[in-house]
Design a protein around this ligand. Sequence first.
Ligand code: PLP
Length: 419
Amino acid sequence: MPHDPAGPWHPETLAIMAGYDPAMASGAAKPPVYLTSTFVYESAAQARDIHEAYFRGTGPMAGQPNYIYARLSHPNLAMLETRLAAIDGAERAAVFASGMAAQSAIAFQHVRPGDSVLHCRPIYGGTDALYNQLMPRFGAHVVQMFDGCDGEHIRARADLALAQGPLALIVIETPANPTAAITDIALVVAIADEIGARTGRRPLVVCDNTFLAPFAQRPIALGVDYNMTSLTKYCGGHSDLLAGGVSGRAELIDALAQSRTMLGSHCDPFTCWLVLRSLESVAVRSERAMANAAQVATFLRDHAKVAGVTYLGFLPAGSPQRAVFDRQCHGAGSTFSFHLHGGQDEAFRLLDALRLVKQAVSLGGSETLACHSATTTHYNVPAADRAAGGITEGTIRLSVGIEHPDDLIADFAQALEQV
Ligand SMILES: Cc1ncc(COP(=O)(O)O)c(C=O)c1O
């Protein structure tokens, strides 16, 4: 049977087949790794035509997979970008050397001196630093919003941003690192549309989908302009690589990929190959991790030494957050935070007593990882901002893996005894 990448396939199926056809490589069932920095032309005229196709999108080679130099694109990058776009339900995707490379490419692409940016809080510490430390050096004004489900609040914060300069970007991360705070994606898109109609410049909506990954939340279908994901996490899935992806409309992504050539932040062939392979199993890995997380979160919630668990599955019925979660998410994820009674001493005692669960930042790997948010991932965030984002001195972030859930619960049970 011929390979049919255009069939009416579900995203889970596209994750296994899109972007690579065995006919591309001597029938090899799996793609080769193209370890080359440059590509040889058949003639000077072909070299010219390929450059014309790349830079102008015209000429006899337009629309073909033309490669020039691996920083511009290479076969493994093209395969991965095709697959990621297919999974996300987007026209195009661009893949970068890390999630932060993807996030900063978007910032440098759109934010001009005097512009403003609105972002949710909490937000990943690296993104926080990008917008609150780096972008202001280029003349950007940055405003935060604290309740991503409250339209009045978001509009008021957007007005505050607009008072300082044209609003270039609304950057949301939902669920957010580390507390899994939720933002209503469709509401933010509607507010961006309102601002566009009112001011003549519609801010672009960037959604960081890292925490739920491509299957449990589908931001493109909800209207975002850029769907950004740290592929380092669930998509890579084994804590052994760094990569970042952005999907969206062709005109936005093509321009972003051209800028990536100047920034030099493309993803290398072997890492692309690893991510392409890992995407095949992200749906089943996520399902297992989410099932484990539900059991671990329930155990922690019911433990006397735990003050609270910010796990999406526990959002109270009738709350605005629950309504957004039910509408927007197809699963509760497997990264969440829990808050111990007490503070740093208690948190450190628990972490140091864990025997199976490893202490490390990052998330979305096959193994369970835990870290103390205030002194690791959010070390660089001012204490008041941490507190506003719900991070206390007793907050521990957990990324639940795919081990046997009974072993995870036993490890937390014995470690909590020692707090
Ligand atoms: C929500 C979120 N977005 C973006 C990033 C950055 O991704 P990377 O580490 O691949 O640069 C992280 C990293 O932890 C993250 O948690």
